[in-house]
Ligand binder design. Sequence first.
Ligand SMILES: Cc1ncc(COP(=O)(O)O)c(C=O)c1O
Length: 377
Amino acid sequence: MGFSTDAIHAGQIPDPTTGAVIIPIYQTSTYAQQELGTNTGFTYGRAHNLTRQALEKNIATLEKGKYGIAFSSGIAAINSIISLVKSGDHIVISENVYGGTYRLFELIVKNYGIEFSWTDTSNKSEIENAIKENTKILYIETPTNPMLNIIDLKMISELAHKHNLISVCDNTFMSPFFQNPLDFGIDIVVHSTTKYLNGHSDVIGGVIVTNNEEIQNKIRYYQRSSGSIPSPFDCWLVLRSTKTLAVRMKQHEKNAIEFANFLQDSGFAKKVIYPGLESHPNHKLAKEQMRGFGGIVSADFGNLDYAKKILNGVKVFTLAESLGGVESLVCQPYSMTHGSVPKEQKEKLGITESLVRFSVGLEDVEDLIEDIKRALN
Ligand SMILES: Cc1ncc(COP(=O)(O)O)c(C=O)c1O
């Protein structure tokens, strides 16, 4: 089936009781058991929920995976990966990831005896140098947040197989519409469904997709035990949203290309970063492993005062954390999404105070361009 057909139908059978075409919100905490030891397979809301299962099947299909596990947030999905390691194990991870991922791993999980090497994962030999006897996971984000570096998925999966590591890719920025890491041999895909998958800025959620039964069993067991499940209503909202993912992503990209070209041609920014621009250092790799370039554009405006004119002056864009919704958002990663990353690390990565990240939404792109011109003049 094509992507849009799957997005609309996968995991969604008409309700057997009424024939309702849209899966109901099974808002229940528990299930009646027929007699002691006999039940329908549904025992308790933390373990089983049909609305959640429909969402899991839907996103797993879009990610070309067998198993989906939906979570209460993207960061809860990321945290569940820790259930695959134990104290004394080591994880090699991209030095440029979402700031909350850095905070979770470096400032919290590390205290439990799990070691992290923050590595330039676009560089094969740096990864090989970082791998040790106790390394268990190779974790990447591509494109990276907010610098939009592209990491070679094939190279990552080959290295992971060679060294017997579990490879993980945060695919939030591309959504399954533009990129399917499992197709490249990656073991686990993670998403913040808060972003493009839900796309309407009204849900916090996450999902894991894998083809590996053992991994899904471990992560599901961990989730059942630790309780980071999404509500049935939130699952229903995300399921409603994936139906329009293809049309939304096409329009996000169309607007983003026009917006990035405008920023580049106007000379307003010192540097414009968008994988779809030929000036992007990984443009060729982006074309090889992605089916599009997404809706996020980052730009460095050279100095903070100038960047502030945009951050404080826009009226169609909203100054806010997050991305991937129908409305355009703008943020300063330095103090907002990457506030927990140490200053030196941010400087090394190019996350300056004058770097602005644009989540280009679905408004008329002329209005977005006009908004920037107005803010700067
Ligand atoms: C790439 C990426 N991964 C994960 C997350 C965390 O997701 P959530 O906010 O749903 O917990 C974010 C949040 O901004 C993100 O940008």
